[in-house]
Design a protein around this ligand. Structure first.
Ligand code: NAD
Ligand code: ZN
Length: 358
């Protein structure tokens, strides 16, 4: 008998311009005893007006999160340890930022109630206990981290998420006003993460009507904002925020594909960030996603984005081998992209040649 995934979703969703203003009333019933709410905020907002709108009460605390690098297990462990030392425990963790802060907030919430290091839980269904109440408030759209059941962390041995039914947020606040000021380049890279999720999900062998219905809508919204519209206005922010959500829902019940599998190798060896790495790879995927790669290039041209080139020039044999190992290790992604016989199609030599082109 086929085994169908029974997946856990985010419990509560609020969507709308200005909905951030309801945060206080949303989280108040979740306050416990004298335990504080912790607001984990992307360092971009330090000194900005959004900080003054955070509903801080009593011993609540705002922690500024440095997102220069993507989240690490050491960073998660340190925040959780400091919070345990200072407060014993907390009422909740509220993440305000892009995908990096979404993942950091989910991971810290889990580590408030689980022993050891977050590195112990990188993998599938290893987390033992639910975390504390957690809220995700995205300020960049595209990754789908607001709806996913993972939080991607770079650990001592691997870059892998804490995938579990305890990982999704209890609440998300989708307020398109918050993504208003994202610089055009960053908006493009993170937005393309969503576009690529759609292409990989829709063209994958795991596709089903559930994933398709979300993926097609997200794709349509990406095409509208990145190709059809000529000026970036509020409607674009409204649409991109929903595209990210729907794109995330689409891959939740299917899988990503070639761009992500290859990009993970880049991230591991070169530290290339998720959005930009996916774009670097997508620029060379005409063979696997002919229509998607073509449309992607139209979007790049229209938005006058310079996709980095020759990033693998000068890498050692060892580095290439590591990259290939990391990438080929992402078995479900390859199977989704190329079918059951993917190992015959994506040989080490073929992947090496692809890396050399990037
Ligand atoms: P990000 O969170 O790394 O942020 C990118 C930059 O934008 C940072 O410098 C940040 O300070 C800045 N920034 C944030 N909000 C801003 C705003 N409103 N205005 C101006 N600047 C702002 O970027 P991202 O692309 O959203 O997230 C990437 C991360 O998401 C990676 O760590 C990746 O692993 C993770 N990810 C997670 C999932 C998941 O399902 N959990 C899926 C895809 C990606
Ligand atoms: Zn992605």
């Amino acid at each position: 008998m086929a085994q169908f995934r029974n997946f856990k979703m985010v419990d509560y969703v609020i969507y709308g311009r200005g909905s951030f203003g309801q945060l206080d009333e949303i989280i108040n019933p979740r306050r416990k005893d004298n335990l504080p709410m912790i607001f984990l905020v992307d360092h971009f907002f330090e000194g900005k007006s959004l900080i003054d709108r955070i509903p801080v009460h009593n011993n609540d605390k705002i922690i500024i999160a440095d997102t220069t690098y993507e989240p690490k297990t050491t960073q998660v462990d340190k925040i959780a340890k400091d919070l345990k030392e200072e407060f014993g425990n907390v009422s909740g963790i509220i993440g305000i930022g892009g995908g990096s802060v979404m993942d950091l907030a989910k991971a810290v919430s889990l580590m408030m109630n689980n022993e050891g290091s977050s590195a112990d839980y990188q993998g599938w269904d290893l987390v033992k206990k639910p975390g504390v109440y957690k809220v995700g408030i995205p300020t960049i759209s595209g990754t789908g981290a607001e709806v996913s059941r993972t939080c991607v962390l770079t650990g001592p041995e691997r870059k892998l998420g804490m995938n579990s039914d305890f990982t999704p947020f209890d609440q998300i606040v989708l307020d398109p006003e918050l993504i208003n000021n994202v610089p055009a380049n960053q908006r493009f890279y993170t937005g393309m993460d969503c576009y690529i999720h759609c292409i990989e999900s829709l063209q994958g062998s795991y596709i089903n009507e559930f994933s398709k219905s979300y993926g097609e809508k997200a794709l349509e919204l990406c095409q509208k904002v990145f190709l059809q519209k000529n000026v970036w206005d509020d409607e674009c922010d409204d649409s991109l925020m929903m595209a990210s959500y729907a794109g995330g829902m689409s891959i939740a019940y299917s899988q990503v594909g070639v761009a992500h599998a290859v990009s993970y190798g880049l991230a591991y060896v070169l530290g290339t960030k998720h959005g930009i790495g996916n774009c670097i790879v997508m620029n060379h995927l005409d063979e696997y996603y002919p229509d998607g790669a073509k449309e992607f290039k139209q979007m790049v041209d229209k938005h006058q984005i310079e996709i980095p080139k020759n990033i693998c020039a000068g890498l050692s044999e060892e580095q290439f081998n590591t990259m290939i190992n990391v990438s080929l290790g992402m078995k479900p992604l390859w199977e989704n992209a190329l079918g059951k016989d993917w190992e015959k199609i994506m040989t080490r030599e073929k992947l090496r040649a692809l890396y050399e082109k990037l």
